[in-house]
Design a protein around this ligand. Structure first.
Ligand code: ADP
Length: 165
């Protein structure tokens, strides 16, 4: 059984992430979406909130032939992969700017564990430029984020900013 781990902060999940999840689902039998606590990034949503939002989206995707689980993690990525039995790490690549960081991550993760291969996927051209950080900035300034996230996530983001006002 091929188990893939797609890790990220997902603060929050965008249409870019959903595109990668859909593509990854054709490559593995089980896909674990690993939600990193990533407090350094000062997330807008708590770890629990991010997990619940992703679970709802995944339910709605109804992807056949793949078992998708959402798994929060606070430890090292490579240890998380071991915990869930993943042999494939899935990462999305957007621009050259992603490449440098990902290149280093693969190199260092390989030293930590040689049992995991990283597979990079590119989202559809319509979704490649989407970044959670920018979606939040647009929403904060009252812009329309409908083209970047699902309706449910857009509502959750807008609620956060209204709460914080
Ligand atoms: P991280 O903190 O690990 O970068 P993110 O939630 O920002 O977490 O991203 C998780 C993964 O999804 C990363 O591999 C990132 O490159 C990828 N990703 C994010 N947005 C997109 C997008 N629009 N298209 C393709 N990949 C994306």
């Amino acid at each position: 059984m091929r188990i893939g781990l797609y890790p990220g902060t997902f603060d929050p999940l965008t249409l870019g992430h959903i595109d990668i999840i859909t593509r990854a689902s054709t490559l593995v039998d089980r896909l674990i979406i690993g939600v990193a606590i990533n407090n350094d990034k000062n997330p807008l949503f708590t770890l629990d909130e991010r997990v619940h939002l992703i679970e709802k989206e995944v339910d709605r995707l109804k992807l056949p032939s793949v078992d998708i689980k959402v798994h929060p993690f606070k430890n090292l990525l490579i240890d998380c992969a071991k915990d869930v039995g993943a042999s494939i790490l899935i990462r999305g690549l957007r621009a050259v700017s992603d490449f440098e960081y990902e290149y280093q991550m693969v190199g260092m993760n390989r030293v930590l564990s040689n049992n995991v291969e990283t597979v990079f996927l590119m989202a559809d051209a319509n979704y490649q430029s989407i970044a959670s950080r920018l979606v939040k900035e647009i929403a904060k300034l009252g812009g329309n984020i409908e083209s970047f996230v699902s309706d449910n996530i857009a509502e959750a983001i807008n609620m956060k900013f209204n709460q914080n006002k």
